[in-house]
Design a protein around this ligand. Structure first.
Ligand code: DON
Length: 569
């Protein structure tokens, strides 16, 4: 009951953001010729563009943008969170996926969230969402360092400079942050750092305690956050808030490099996030099913929207049944992508009626659960394309707004533990049903929907795309990509267009109130058997479309639903 209550409140507060943007002013998109950054906050895009103009490349700029986002929107991401980066290096055409997702403390257990607690006040307040147990070991500092050291041209100090300046000199509180601040004000008032913030939109906010951490990070690298005084402060704060994270957990954190997932569909090569994201899998399976079900050149309309909604039902069931941390459970990815399963699902999709999700359930003949020992060891999407043709597609998060709503060492701590199954069959804040493989465990990474993606056309990067918005990340990113690549929309139009969402459970096709679907289309979907529910969609998509014509053109767009602006030249 409490969890249900917190889910409702989360979406209500999310509405506060999306509700502000009805009307979609045109400034959310711009066209550049040399280099571009699309983040969900104007200051963050500018920080990335500044680094590009100083000679940094896409990796440096993505790191600077992430760092700035953590300053100007602590509700969505920051050093206390984690994420995924997909990086394309033009010089050798290599693709690298950096997994800097948070992971559970060593003392985590399958049953750690099967606890009865006194009701905490305010939204999103179950033990996996609020307080010390909710926080996973942050991956963001190590991820930023890895991105800059492996692929960047500048020093960490140079890349951190714009964020440090924003933290010291202050920045204007955005409408999005102001709305989140008021939705979560009771909980924020209990943290000594966040209680001091004036989060009314338009006021200037300075973040001196974060500036101290950024300065230390610039001088000594990520180790200073995973150890020493700052690490000790983080571990102590987590423990004071009832958590089990230790300094040893922080010291043992490691970024993982993984092989991205990819598929060819609709004439493009789509490269996206591998496990522990289930988002990338959902996208590539949906695209494969769609190509079979609707043919290679589908036009926009009710049959395609119907097919998309149906195509997501099976992958979301697979996620529930099979997904977990790939370092700790064996994931039958090849079997899940087997042509016979795609054929079977495509046949159902093509028969032109809405099926119960269970019709798409195709259990795999295979039951082994894991086993290698763990190795010792609010969200924001951004895209950068630089003048050399490098592309960074990065999604970063503290999970729910302001993460676990406490700070450690001046850093807002994530509540990524809510992405684990708190029990088998239990739903998380995004209504995703928990499966056995995604129960918490020592140093385990929770399954994610984050899907940073790069799409290639004839060997050249054509589109960088990704989203925030929990379970809607993948469906939103996929639709916006299809809007550009299949339906010929500009980046500005593609991101503003209405979207649908289906995640199998519940059996409801979500449409947006903030960007209403054409009523004839909606009626057609109802006639096909879909139960349509209008909601204030909270997915926020950023993208850059690269047009390789005689004149290079970069169409960059930030989602008008969150009020971001791209930057570049
Ligand atoms: O990793 C995930 O899938 C979630 N932690 C993302 C959370 C999110 O997008 C919150 N957003 N608005």
């Amino acid at each position: 009951m409490k969890r249900w209550f917190s889910i409702v409140l989360f979406w209500v507060s999310a509405f506060l953001i999306t509700g502000l943007t009805v009307g979609f002013p045109p400034e959310h998109a711009a066209v550049f010729s040399r280099e571009a950054v699309a983040a969900d906050h104007a200051e963050a895009s500018k920080a990335g563009a500044e680094i590009l103009s100083e000679g940094g490349n896409a990796a440096d700029a993505a790191a600077a943008t992430m760092l700035a986002l953590g300053v100007v929107n602590p509700a969505s991401s920051g050093l206390g969170g984690g994420g995924f980066a997909l990086y394309y290096r033009a010089s050798d055409r290599s693709l690298t996926f950096l997994d800097f997702r948070e992971r559970a403390p060593r003392a985590a257990s399958r049953t750690m969230f099967e606890v009865e607690t006194a009701d905490a006040e305010g939204p999103a307040s179950s033990p996996s969402q609020l307080g010390g147990l909710a926080a996973g070991v942050p991956g963001e500092p190590a991820g930023i360092e890895a991105l800059v050291q492996r692929f960047g041209k500048l020093s960490l100090r140079e890349v951190i400079a714009p964020a440090l300046r924003l933290a010291k000199q202050g920045f204007e509180v955005s409408k999005a942050l102001g709305a989140m601040g008021s939705a979560f004000s009771i909980q924020l008032s209990k943290d000594p750092v966040m209680a001091a913030w004036d989060l009314r939109a338009g006021t200037t906010l300075r973040r001196p305690s974060l500036a101290r951490v950024l300065r230390a990070f610039a001088e000594k690298g990520a180790a200073v956050i995973y150890g020493g005084v700052i690490g000790q402060e983080i571990a102590s704060s987590v423990q004071e808030h009832g958590g089990i994270m230790t300094l040893q957990d922080l010291r043992a954190y490691r970024v993982r490099t993984r092989e991205p997932l990819e598929t060819n569909a609709f004439g493009y090569r789509w490269v996206t996030a591998p496990p522990p994201s289930a988002g990338g899998f959902t996208m590539i399976q949906s695209l494969s099913i769609l190509e079979h079900a609707v043919g290679p050149r589908p036009s926009y309309g009710a049959p395609l929207l119907h097919a998309m909604a149906e195509s997501w039902k099976g992958p979301f069931l697979d996620r529930q049944r099979y997904f977990g941390d790939p370092d700790q459970v064996i994931l039958p990815l090849d079997k899940m992508m087997d042509a016979s399963r795609i054929d079977a699902r495509a046949k159902l999709v093509a028969d032109g009626k809405a099926h119960p999700s269970a019709d798409y359930d195709l259990p795999i003949e295979w039951t082994r659960t894991k086993v290698a020992a763990p190795d010792n060891a609010g969200t924001s999407h951004l895209c950068v394309v630089d003048a050399e043709g490098n592309v960074a597609s990065v999604t970063t998060t503290v999970n729910l707004p302001f993460g676990a709503r406490f700070t450690g060492g001046g850093i807002v701590m994530n509540d990524e533990m809510d992405d684990f199954a708190s029990g088998i069959g239990e739903t998380n804040a995004f209504g995703l049903v928990g499966g056995a493989r995604n129960l918490p465990g020592p140093w385990k990474r929770p399954v994610s929907t984050m899907s940073p993606t790069i799409v290639f056309d004839d060997g050249k990067p054509a589109l960088c795309v990704g989203a925030s918005g929990g379970s809607r990340i993948v469906t939103a990113a996929q639709q916006v990509a299809m809007n550009v690549l299949l339906h010929g929309m500009s980046a500005a139009e593609a991101v503003a267009a209405p979207r649908i969402h289906h995640q199998g459970v519940p059996e409801t096709l979500r449409v947006e109130k903030v960007a209403p679907l054409d009523s004839a289309l909606q009626d057609a979907l109802v006639a096909l058997g879909h139960r349509v529910e209008p909601i204030h969609n909270v997915a926020n998509v950023q993208l850059i479309y690269v047009e390789h014509s005689a004149e290079r053109k970069l169409e960059a767009a930030s989602d008008p639903r969150k009020g971001g602006r791209p930057a570049g030249r």
